[in-house]
Design a protein around this ligand. Sequence first.
Ligand code: F6P
Length: 342
Amino acid sequence: MRVGVLVSGGDCPGLNAAVRGAVLRGVDVYGYEYIGYRDGWRGVRDNEFMPLNRAAVRGIAPLGGTILGSSRVSPLGDGAIGVSGLKQHMRDNAIDGFITIGGNGTQTVANMLFQEGIPVLGLPKTIDNDLVGTDYSFGFDTAVHIATEAIDRLRTTGQSHRRCMVLEVMGRDAGWIALHAGVAAGAQVILVAEHSESVEQIAEWVTKVDQRGRSALVVVAEGFIPLGYDTEITREGSDGFGRKRLGGVAEILAAEIERISGIETRATVLGHVQRGGVPTAFDRVLATRAGIRVADAAADGEWGKMVAARGERMELVPLAEVGGKTKHVPKERYLEVRRLFG
Ligand code: F6P
């Protein structure tokens, strides 16, 4: 079997470990020949790929980023390679199927391709942890570690100056990074995309902390919408999938907190630091197991499915159950921590 592997969407730590897992299992156990596309679907469109054999994946598990490159080029839509172009590409290059490693947008597209008769398997990756069907996606644990460390650091400087510190983390539709890092580091306010709060309420929590002689730490997901605002706070431009670029909510909150409470406040945007660098051991293990499972799935002809971590098991879920959906922070998880705010 000849299988094409690609990474699409924003990168995350663990991608290389996943590719290595898929290659080791596929080559050793099933005798696959793999090719790795450069920059996701762009490489398919432009016929740019490299052999993915044991030598190509040697020692890559601890490396951040992706040896293949990634992009948000879609195979569908205006000017794209399209379904017929993809089928032609498969015939020309004797490709039996694709393994697409990606987040929400990628798995949605993978499902559309499968519905059009293209054999596709999905591997879930996203620091946002917002893919349904899987308990965790690799990349998330690393991002939470980085965000937790950032909060720990902001706390000491905040305390020295008796300032409120606001940290903005990624999470456009789901606030998992904010929730987990906030709990791990003991933030006094955690704001997520799924649940709105008024700036007055946030300032009240911050004031309560100040009255105890402490400096408040507020962690906010980029997709958080303060009560009374119509939509997320955005930057100019959009990404390759046409999604608006989020960012800037921390600055707005910092100004509002300072205005209402009179407490000096500073904003920090963690940004792409969350997506870079070496994966945690947890993410390496999760990614490797996901790679192994996807190689098995191809051997079993389980096309149209995505690998999913469920408890201790790596299972398969139909892409149709994943595409276009978001795994939100449930209300009860938010309310559980909200009682501790302030
Ligand atoms: O990977 C998803 C994500 O981390 C979102 O939380 C964020 O909005 C987006 O990536 C930013 O990615 P980029 O700057 O690469 O478009």
